[in-house]
Write a protein that binds this ligand. Structure first.
Ligand SMILES: NC(=O)c1ccc[n+]([C@@H]2O[C@H](COP(=O)([O-])OP(=O)(O)OC[C@H]3O[C@@H](n4cnc5c(N)ncnc54)[C@H](OP(=O)(O)O)[C@@H]3O)[C@@H](O)[C@H]2O)c1
Length: 334
């Protein structure tokens, strides 16, 4: 198949591109700074000559958006919003104008669209959309607003010949340098992988192999449209999540951190505590109902596999990365 991945140079794009290319598909990535074969320039905002690669393609998987791994200042939040809404609009316009539009448009969204909650998991049917939860910082609602606007942009695009799916993805765990798993593992190895703020908040995650398989499954299933949760069926409290990670690496201790310490750490890492403290209890209702079979439904086995792959990764040379990845430049936790 001809597959186009706008914003495919980051962490998730690297995972998808690698797997889909290895499976024999012809993958084209749209990037604002194309640097490799198979990358085509676009500005992420307006339709341009790049639209030619959409015309005649089979599948479009739009991942573009400013990294969410940053301080949530008003400027950054606005950039997160604009980059997602505008790039999605441009992709929709290119599909609408295509003589031979793609069969399916998979649009990245996020599991963050759901409410911060502990009592029950969020599936697509009964899940609570966030933004009105009591007792959480007011600015958390903005991440939900971004996700809603992002999905709305796809839902309202006039592309009658193209099936549309919004991927409400949890954190994609891959062994790549600079990805979210790499960051969490590094903290654990430093002895800093203890519970944060009590560790009761749920962590939703998906193993990279299952993420790729779910994308392929959704691309193939003509009967599925609309929002779909891409998360393993076993979200678990942060405390247990980090404990499993420490166990598989063999780190005996993980210093617990208070909310204040997490705030300081996030500040030092130029990130935001929402990424750590929001309880994302999300389950893949529609995927399971459709018969999708997770290879890694539970975290301890997934963490074991990821750690094994990290251990067998080529060592970095002092002068630079052993296998340079564009994902290295954009560590993301979302
Ligand atoms: N990583 C996860 O676990 C996860 C989970 C759920 C949802 N998501 C979402 O999935 C998408 C991909 O995630 P990722 O981790 O691969 O993100 P990423 O590493 O930050 O990559 C996103 C890509 O978007 C492009 N981009 C950045 N700023 C942009 C802007 N202002 N306008 C247009 N394009 C821009 C960049 O490509 P160029 O610089 O080459 O143009 C970048 O490589 C993101 O939208 C993210 O929020 C990620």
């Amino acid at each position: 198949m001809k597959i186009v991945i706008p914003g495919g140079t980051g962490q998730v794009g690297t995972v998808l591109n690698r797997a889909l290319s290895a499976a024999g598909h012809e993958v084209t990535v749209l990037s604002r700074q194309p640097a490799r074969p198979g990358e085509v320039p676009w500005d992420g905002r307006t339709v341009g000559p790049w639209a030619e690669v959409i015309d005649g393609s089979d599948v479009v998987i739009n991942l573009a958006g400013r990294s969410v791994s940053c301080r949530y200042t008003a400027t950054h939040l606005q950039a997160m919003m604009d980059s997602r809404v505008r790039s999605t609009r441009a992709v929709g316009e290119a599909i609408a104008a295509a003589a031979h539009p793609p069969r399916v448009w998979l649009q990245m969204s996020t599991a963050t669209i759901y409410a911060h909650r502990f009592d029950a998991p969020n599936d697509e049917q009964t899940g609570v959309i966030g933004g009105a939860e009591p007792g959480v910082p007011g600015y958390w609602a903005y991440s939900v607003d971004i996700a809603k606007a992002w999905e709305r942009e796809q839902a309202t695009a006039d592309t009658p010949h193209t099936r549309k799916v919004a991927l409400r993805s949890a954190m994609v765990m891959s062994p790549d340098r600079g990805g979210v798993f790499d960051v969490l593992l590094r903290l654990a190895r430093l002895g800093l992988g203890g519970p944060v703020a009590g560790g009761a908040q749920y962590v939703s995650w998906i193993h990279d192999h299952d993420f790729v398989r779910a994308v392929q499954f959704l691309a193939a299933r003509d009967d599925i449209a609309g929002p779909v949760n891409l998360a393993a069926p076993g979200p678990l409290p942060h405390r247990m999540f980090m404990h499993a990670l420490r166990t598989v690496w063999g780190v005996p201790v993980g210093l617990p951190a208070t909310k204040g310490m997490a705030e300081l750490g996030a500040f030092a890492l130029r990130s935001d505590t929402e990424l750590l403290l929001k309880s994302r209890r999300v389950i893949p209702g529609r995927l399971l109902e459709a018969g999708f079979d997770f290879r890694y439904p539970q975290w301890p086995a997934a963490a074991g596999d990821l750690v094994g792959r990290v251990r067998s990764r080529p060592r970095r040379r002092r002068s630079g990365p052993a296998s340079p990845s564009r994902a290295d430049r954009t560590p993301a936790m979302s």
